[in-house]
Design a protein. Structure first.
Length: 289
């Protein structure tokens, strides 16, 4: 069988829910691999087939009803593949008797808009994060058969030729940058929230450069847990790090978003972005500023 493993696609269990995290980009190019992941998640949720007869409109007796959460995270829809995938997953989930939920962060407005315009949001409950999706109780009983034909028709008509699903670049103001003193007399903390992308990353570089030129050599870039990472900011961060290190300074990156942490670990750069004099440990222990 051809290996259709998709980088960034993962399955885990949280609070008894099967959580499928989708890759950063979803398109027809990786549709087959993602569909395979969805099928695996639904199979895990359905459990072994029961020997009893099927109840009206529901799964066979004895089958457990584990909910599957499809986490879009900060994924970008390059075409309609992600919408078609979710619609067809809902059809199979109904046949298996497994409730299906979707996680779409508030910052991913283009995905939320597409779910509402096509009617998918009326079939699959949408939550802002995995914590809320796995905290909400699963209703008792099974829903009746769901016809997704009208949703698939709406997806095809939403953007002819799939054009327009990719979000327009966000305005630079969508990256919020604030600075505070660390309290040790040396370090400056740069707080980031919003979105890091091709438009906003240069703003981060300009801000860090200004700080360095203002004789601030000990910096900590602290990223909000919901910071959207839609491009690789490492070239800029590495450039600033080598610049301050040459003068005895440091650039620390505590509490990184999962996707950026994966990039840094893959490149073997974890030890590069550490603070000096244990300032990182003290700030993490003190909590957000």
């Amino acid at each position: 069988m051809k290996d259709t493993t998709v980088p960034g696609l993962s399955i885990e269990t949280r609070r008894g829910f099967i959580v499928l995290s989708l890759p950063a980009q979803i398109s027809w190019q990786n549709y087959a691999g993602i569909r395979e992941g969805v099928s695996k998640a639904l199979s895990l949720a359905a459990g072994p087939l029961a020997s009893g007869p099927r109840t009206a409109g529901g799964p066979p007796r004895g089958r457990r009803r584990t909910c599957v959460v499809v986490d879009f995270g900060d994924a970008v829809l390059l075409d309609a593949a992600g919408l078609v995938l979710l619609a067809r997953a809902e059809t199979r989930a109904q046949l298996l008797g497994c409730p299906l939920r979707a996680v779409v962060p508030a910052l991913s407005a283009h995905v939320r808009r597409a779910l509402h315009l096509t009617g998918l949001a009326q079939l699959v409950p949408v939550f802002p994060d995995v914590a809320s999706a796995t905290a909400a109780p699963v209703p008792a009983g099974t829903a009746g058969d769901v016809d997704t034909t009208h949703v698939l028709d709406a997806i095809r008509a939403l953007h002819p030729g799939d054009a327009g699903l990719t979000p327009t670049p966000p305005a630079p103001s969508e990256l919020m940058i604030t600075t505070t003193e660390a309290g040790d007399g040396d370090h400056t903390v740069v707080h980031l929230s919003g979105v890091l992308d091709e438009v906003t990353v240069p703003r981060l570089g300009e801000t860090l450069t200004t700080l360095v030129e203002g004789n601030l050599r000990h910096l900590m870039v602290r990223m909000h847990e919901r910071l959207g990472v839609r491009c690789d900011p490492l070239p800029i961060l590495l450039g600033i790090r080598w610049r301050v290190a040459a003068e005895g300074g440091c650039l620390a990156l505590p509490a990184l978003p999962a996707r950026l942490r994966e990039i840094i670990d893959r490149e073997g750069l974890g030890s590069v972005f550490t603070g000096c004099r244990s300032i990182e440990d003290r700030l993490l222990g003190a909590g957000p500023a």
